[in-house]
Write a protein that binds this ligand. Sequence first.
Ligand code: ATP
Length: 365
Amino acid sequence: MAEIKVENLHKSFGDFAAVKNSNFTVENGEFFVLLGPSGCGKTTTLRMIAGLELPTSGRILLGGNDVTFKRAAERDIAFVFQLFALYPHMNVRDNIGFSLKCQGVARSEIRRRVDEAGRILRIEHILEKSVSGLSSGDRQRVALGRAIVREPMCFLMDEPLGALDSEFRHVMCGELRGLHDRLKATTVYVTHDQLEAMSMADKIAVMNKGVIEQFASPQEIYQRPVSMFVADFIGSPPMNFLRFESGIARGSGEVQLGAAKVAMPEIHEDVGPAKLALGVRPEHIRFDDNSPLRGAIYGTEYLGTTQVVTIDTDFGQIKARTSSETRVTPGSSVGLRLEPNRLSLFRAEDGRAIRSKLYEGVAHG
Ligand code: ATP
């Protein structure tokens, strides 16, 4: 297995730049997810790594070798797509072993590798069955089997669970991560679903309009988003933004929201009078009648052990996640406490996070 290194990778279609100077390294054995909304350039990035699309500029290194101009067949990569086409006239075993047969691999070796893939994917019992009657989950496992038997340097997966219903997708996420932990193969996985990304990835690159906004672990991306785009894209409900206008001196550890002084991590840059957004995750908001920061309950969504409460404030509507035991009455006024050490501050104009103690050691791009 191998490291994948992408250097200043750029792809234009005519005047349109689909991928803009991407740089990232996927370490050997890492599960890396390219995450972002539709059209942000994920698939184009993946296709360039696979050798199915030629970059406009930049380099791709696999296991230290420059493969930028090598054909897909020369890259020792296995691709799994969302729309996996199985050969309907072949049984599961022949579907999985087909690419090896085409390569002229000996029959005994094909048998060994298909049996091994069947064991890893827990589909030994259907190897001799026709693919036509299989469930969508088993069909997906067969598609993965076809990739596994090739024993490639790395796997590239483009929304491989996109065709499955949401409940089953969740099960398959667990299976895919388990599979990865057993094979330890370097994997690049494309999705627009942040829950899939958060549950499986070692590292995530969040893409927006062809640009990688943040490249980090799921925990770091969740706790220390470098932009409002990332903060909003990750989390369900996403991060709240309390919008206000102010100037703040470097070294300050608080912001003034109307009558309320709200403590936050010490700010590491001077902020001239500007439109700002204080970012707070729903679970970092607590009700406290003594707090001068106030809002009016708009409504609540019961989720079992927790509830999501929507609150109107002078700084915008926000959502708090509280215990479902907490009694809330629509229309009533509540005091709000924000967990000081968890707050982010953004410049509303460009959406970038302002450097603070929370962001020490984080690359701001
Ligand atoms: P999706 O999840 O919808 O596939 P994506 O993030 O994978 O989105 P890409 O498929 O990489 O996005 O496409 C990025 C942009 O590049 C889109 O605006 C798309 O229309 C454009 N694009 C992709 N391929 C081509 C092409 N061959 N010619 C022209 N434009 C293209």
